[in-house]
Design a protein around this ligand. Sequence first.
Ligand code: MN
Length: 284
Amino acid sequence: MKYFILGHANPDVDSIVSGILMEKLLKDDVDNVKFIIPDKKIDDNTREILGNYGINVDDYLGDIEAGKYILVDHHQDDRINEDDVIAVYDHHPYDDRSDIELYLNEDVSSTASLICQNDEAMFSKKDIELAVLATYVDTVAFHSTRSKDDDYTWCLNMINKYNIDEDKLINNSITYTDLEQENVAFNGFKAYNYKDKKIESSYLQVHHDEDITKYVDILNDYFKEKDLDYYVFIVHDMDEFKTVVYLYHGGSIIKMRYDEYTSRGSTIIPEVFELIDNENKKTI
Ligand SMILES: [Mn+2]
């Protein structure tokens, strides 16, 4: 039997680091286990950050094959058979998948820190530096609503213990989206299914005064063309750490302002799921 570790589609730093750490953790005990990235294109920013820490994402590119799957940094995956999932390590605990035997899904700062904190003795200094990096990137250096105090304390302990460069971590986790890249309106694209509703989302990290009108319009055309229930476009102001969400639904766009860097995975998407729950209640 072959075993594969799989992060989410369009993987970010946490997803890739989690895959690398999980592979290391399992390799001694499990034959034929491999972390694979089946995506044809990896986000430039993610590639660059990992490159700065000695990781070449191309080393992990590989196609989906028949086998059993361990999911990291997500817990539902359209690319594989649901029955082939044998374990989940995630930090998006908003639907119950306790049908999966090994299911660890906790509301923590990053999947990489969850994996690393559980088995710290198994990891080298380099692995731990990667886990701290993934945690800094996923929480935008602990500015995001995703941040947990315990994980910040853990990161600071690791930074001290292993003499990790914190300025370098901060420089690699507070970043601005390259607005010149192709299809930038779809930056950080993710798709979700919740109670038979189709939701898609993208985000930008921009300067305070950036005019994002054209992206709102592009996504409005896209939303009208596709058979989607919701599109969630998120604009993070990286100068002031504030967030604006454009929620496309039906024929309108609702604009919501948040006074802090608001996490998609731990705050915004759960709010959309709550909206869906409320709409369902109305129709019953
Ligand atoms: Mn993550």
